[in-house]
Design a protein around this ligand. Sequence first.
Ligand SMILES: [Zn+2]
Length: 290
Amino acid sequence: MFGECHAHIMMDGKNYKSAAARHKDSIKEEVIRAHFQLWKEAGITFVRDGGDALGVSIRAKAIAPEYEIDYRTPVFAIHKKGHYGGIVGHAFSNRQEYKELVKKARREGADFIKIMISGLMVFDTFGVLTEEGLPEEEIRQMIETAHEAGMKVMAHGNGSRTVQAAIEAGVDTLEHGNYLERETLDLLAESRTIWIPTLAPVGNLLGCGRFPDEAVQKILKRQMEHIRYAFEKGARIGLGSDSGAYRVPHGQGLLDEYNWVKEAVGPKQEMLLRERLAEAEAWIQKKMKQ
Ligand SMILES: [Zn+2]
């Protein structure tokens, strides 16, 4: 079984607000354990978390060995004040504060640094993001600062401009990466950056009624075409479902993700796909730890 390269143990696949509220006063170990159990039952032995603001994932790290799971966490994600990311981490307003957060994550046991450089997709309107994303220069500084501190970087990024800046700055893994232009996909394919395209949080919305299927289908189709293009160009692609996100259960989410990615590259490519996903995972497992 593949490892899960993008998960949120704090979330439950149903409602992130109530999931967060559960841990608000004190961290509920039984919830963490139930999620580890789901991964264990799915045969997953490697999980990389995307972090949370409440300290759930760092607690999970201490419990993981009991489930024979190699679990990695950034502790919390880092976002620019006033921008997307509050649910998964802490904010900075200037370069100094960013540096302090990198140090804090390191001190608290982070395996790598997670940064938020863009908004989210607006699921009922194709092509639209919730916000524009950070300036290129700031993205570059964020990645460099983390690298200088000896930490690898996982970046949440959508949209060509922000993603391009991240790749150029040598980001280690790019999460989501929706709405990339051809030029950015080419750059990605030539780079060492591993792309975790997270199809499950989009594909699993189909038929649920929360958003119009037509828009969801369009977002999904575009991302699948991009995966196929990048895959054929030799991009490094990894498997991560964003499990814990709405309609993406822990364990099953990764199976869903695999099926979506397989559909994207075409069933004839399955052998090569498995090889490439395993390579990306092996790199993450080897390098993204303190
Ligand atoms: Zn995530």
